[in-house]
Design a protein around this ligand. Structure first.
Ligand code: HAM
Length: 425
């Protein structure tokens, strides 16, 4: 009896052999780079108390208002699948008192995030981020360093044509000043704002800059930007961040309308856009959050970080044709002639693997011809044939599948000649 097939939930993906290699490459590039910059990895739970995101990400953000996977668990606690990584890392920083070690604390993470939004190209309900968070320093050079690390990641993957937008969204000193200036400016057009923005007008008018509604966009076009209202602390800080970027040779665009979708940012905010992947063009973003650690119940410790969307990064790599495969290492198939040599073939595979050479043998009871066909289809670079004669003489025929040539080698010769691709990585 056959049952109806079950499909994966909407907005999720299976990463299958063939594409997983690109993911592994991204992971090894991120680990190498983080090591270079002195970041250590942190892994936090995939779910947290809902309260963390209400406080951390902000009640007026789209994420909290519409996109969270929230449920009551069997103990009647409100639990949320993490929609982002910053609030959880801040929580872990506070809970584990990482602030009592010598500062700064440099952390990185990678893993799945969950947002309930309408799936489309580049937008998923489960997606993966690579992110970093640094605690304990307000130095604008750190902002420049963090942004440079993010751009280095894209650079190492071979991506080009990226646009880095940077802005300063001020602090609790300049924000209220700007809020008043903005409200005064928008008041005559209040009735023309969309209903969502009318709501934002009182609570968080800065978010009106982020509205997709064309009429709202028109209205805020010439409105006073937060950047024009920066206080005597934030203005020189932003100038120093830009100087730091200039020193790193990182190209950027100052975008005074850049406000990010999360409420915790103070001072520096940035986003990286790419043109080749359609409407969801933001492949990464981040900024400073000098009040968040306190908000989550910790001491007055500043922070800064970013997160990169890995699906969008891979889409960009595909669009730009830079998804190069790993250099081919030898992969050896050891075929038996008649079934009688199966054991000998198996033994030879063990010897090769011990020497670090990738090797497989038949487990499907195929004929010699069918084994060759399988090896060819599956991308084996070499096929070793094991028959009665080979077992007694200890000399094996090794066929190079890419060139079609054949050699007769002893086990030792085989190991010597085939290990070139595996040893010197
Ligand atoms: P975010 O801008 O919400 O920032 O997300 C960062 C990146 O995650 C985006 O630029 C995008 O590439 C990817 N992303 C977001 N939503 C989706 C989705 N539904 N499907 C696919 N990719 C998506 C944050 O999450 C902050 N925690 C970044 C940060 C770290 N700020 C400071 N530290």
């Amino acid at each position: 009896m056959s049952h109806m097939a079950i499909n994966r939930p909407k907005g999720t993906m299976d990463l299958l052999p063939g594409s997983i290699e690109t993911w592994q490459r991204l992971e090894s590039v991120m680990r190498e780079l983080c090591d270079l910059y002195g970041y250590a990895e942190i892994r936090t739970p995939v779910f947290e108390h809902t309260e963390l995101f209400l406080r951390g990400v902000g009640e007026t953000s789209d994420i909290v208002e519409k996109e969270m996977y929230t449920f009551q668990d069997k103990g009647d606690r409100s639990i949320t699948l993490r929609p982002e990584g910053t609030a959880p890392v801040v929580r872990a920083f506070v809970e584990n008192r990482l602030y009592s070690a010598a500062q700064p604390t440099r952390l990185y993470y990678t893993g799945p995030m969950f947002r309930y939004s309408r799936p489309q190209a580049g937008r998923y309900r489960q997606f993966n981020q690579f992110g970093v968070e640094v605690f304990g320093s307000r130095d604008p050079l750190l902002d420049a360093e963090t942004i440079t690390l993010c751009m280095d990641f894209f650079d190492r993957l071979g991506l080009s044509n990226l646009q880095l937008h940077v802005n300063s969204v001020g602090c609790p000193v300049c924000r209220p000043r700007h809020k008043e200036a903005l409200k005064t400016y928008l008041a005559p057009d209040f009735d023309a704002l969309c209903p969502t923005c009318q709501g934002r007008y009182e609570n968080n008018p800065l978010r009106i800059f982020d509205c997709k509604n064309p009429r709202c966009q028109e209205i805020v076009q010439d409105a006073p930007t937060i950047t024009s209202c920066l206080c005597d602390d934030c203005r020189p800080h932003f100038a120093a961040v830009r100087e730091g970027l200039d020193a790193s040779g990182v190209a950027y665009i100052v975008n005074e309308n850049l406000v990010r979708g999360l409420d915790y940012y103070t001072k520096t905010a940035f986003e990286i856009m790419v043109e080749d992947i359609g409407a969801q063009s933001s492949i990464g973003g981040g900024g400073r959050y000098d009040a968040l650690v306190e908000e989550i119940g910790g001491p007055d410790v500043p922070g800064i970080g970013f997160a990169v969307g890995l699906e969008r990064t891979i889409l960009s790599m595909e669009a730009q044709g830079v998804t190069s495969a790993n250099p081919e290492k030898p992969m050896v198939y050891i075929a038996h002639v008649s079934g009688k040599e199966k054991q000998a073939a198996y033994g030879l595979a063990i010897v090769l693997r011990k020497a670090g050479i990738r090797a497989q043998t038949d487990v499907m009871d195929r004929s010699l011809k069918a084994q060759f066909k399988y090896a060819d289809k599956s991308g084996f670079t070499h096929v070793v044939t094991v028959g009665e004669e080979e077992v007694s003489s200890g000399m094996y025929t090794v066929k190079d599948m890419t060139q079609g040539s054949q050699q007769r080698w002893t086990r030792e010769e085989m190991i010597r000649n085939l290990d070139g691709g595996t040893k010197h990585e």
